[in-house]
Design a binder for this molecule. Structure first.
Ligand SMILES: Nc1ncnc2c1ncn2[C@@H]1O[C@H](COP(=O)(O)OP(=O)(O)O)[C@@H](O)[C@H]1O
Ligand SMILES: [Mg+2]
Length: 362
């Protein structure tokens, strides 16, 4: 293998020399270096296809240094999709279409696409909340059927823009997080008021509608289970860790960015469910962790890791809430799970190493 065949570029959104997750990328760099793999961070907007060079940043001697590198043979896509992704997309696509570059995995594009793929699995489909593309009539129908609905942006993250709408005696109540991730609750008097609230709130973005599920503890604390699954050094899927994220009692979402806490799954379930039910829940979560990555990969293409958000309602039913292809790792630091913390960092490098050997061999 030549030097550039042993290079792994972390593709991220960089604003000048600023990029997020520096702590994580530093660890990837150090672990990569131990295994003879050169790791650096770059923005897809800084690639020169005629010289086949890219401007990026490398961690060395305690700090990040700006440098030019040959286009990496392997790319780890950490380019978060969000409001301004359109500025990155054409550059990302060009890299994806380059025959000399292997992506560890291709990012998932949105909640609706993922939902449609998973709905084809006989095993997973029953665990998906009924989901439809938002329109006012669809919202009305969902409210009539279930009494409460959730609307959420198709390309959302961190619980931003997730709103519960429920029928109350005096009309409706909308509560959730606005575009600035600030919690709010609003009383709405009638259908005309509801119609104008949702049309303003959803303006310019696509939303999904689901029934509101009681994904909280008996005292009303919203929670979900974050399962991190990753490819290992043999190119096989393995579960890195499972953690429960608990939101604020006054909130409807359990995202950590909304100011949440975390706790290990094994000690959490027995607190809220009888032992037979807790065991069934854990089995069901394990089946999802086993089945979902392989199934999604079949329809979507290569993936390197997934953060699967699983909801458990007050009756103990298990729901697949969201699948993230660029998952965070904070939760395993918060629950002090050193094995999960270590694996969450080493697995992507081990998988890159596996692909490097494959590429030379095949
Ligand atoms: N149908 C639902 N019923 C109740 N709560 C939900 C529902 N969908 C999402 N939530 C809550 O909102 C949070 C964020 O939703 P999610 O679909 O994961 O979007 P995001 O990309 O913003 O994280 C979930 O973790 C869960 O706490
Ligand atoms: Mg989520």
């Amino acid at each position: 293998m030549t030097a550039s065949e042993r290079s792994l570029g972390i593709m991220a959104r960089c604003q000048g020399s600023h990029f997020v997750d520096k702590g994580y990328y530093k660890k990837l760099t150090l672990y990569g270096r131990k295994h003879g793999i050169r790791v650096f961070v770059f923005s897809p907007r800084q690639v020169n296809f005629s010289t086949r060079m890219v401007k990026g940043f490398e961690y060395r001697n305690g700090s990040w240094h700006a440098k030019e590198f040959p286009i990496p043979a392997f790319i780890y896509d950490r380019c978060f999709v969000g409001p301004s992704y359109r500025h990155y997309k054409p550059f990302v696509e060009k890299l994806q279409n380059d025959r000399n570059i292997t992506f560890l995995g291709h990012g998932l594009s949105g909640k609706w696409q993922v939902h449609q793929m998973l709905a084809k699995s006989p095993l997973l489909a029953p665990l998906l909340p009924p989901t439809e593309i938002f329109s006012y009539p669809v919202l009305q129908a969902t409210l009539e059927k279930y009494g409460a609905a959730i609307i959420k942006p198709m390309a959302g993250t961190h619980g931003i823009g997730v709103v519960r709408i429920k029928e109350v005696r005096s009309g409706y109540e909308a509560s959730g997080r606005n575009r600035d991730n600030q919690p709010f609750t609003r009383r709405i008097r009638d259908t005309a008021g509801l119609k104008s609230f949702v049309s303003v709130f959803t303006a310019g973005r696509k939303f999904l509608v689901q029934p509101y599920l009681e994904l909280h503890t008996p005292d009303g604390t919203p929670f979900d289970v974050r399962v991190l699954v990753q490819k290992n050094g043999l190119g096989k899927w393995a579960t890195t860790g499972k953690a429960v994220r608990l939101g604020d009692k006054r909130s409807i979402t359990s995202n950590l960015h909304g100011g949440g806490k975390a706790t290990p799954l094994a000690s959490f379930l027995p607190l809220h469910f009888k032992s037979a039910k807790a065991a069934r829940i854990e089995q069901s979560i394990n089946r999802v962790a086993e089945e979902l990555p392989r199934f999604l990969e079949e329809s979507h293409g290569r993936l390197v890791e997934l953060g699967i958000d699983i909801g458990i309602d007050t009756a103990g039913n298990v729901w697949i809430i969201e699948v993230n292809s660029r998952p965070g790792r904070t939760v395993f630091r918060m629950i002090d799970d050193p094995t999960a913390q270590l694996h969450s960092i080493t697995q992507p490098v081990r998988y890159a190493h596996y692909l490097m050997k494959e590429r030379v061999g095949g």
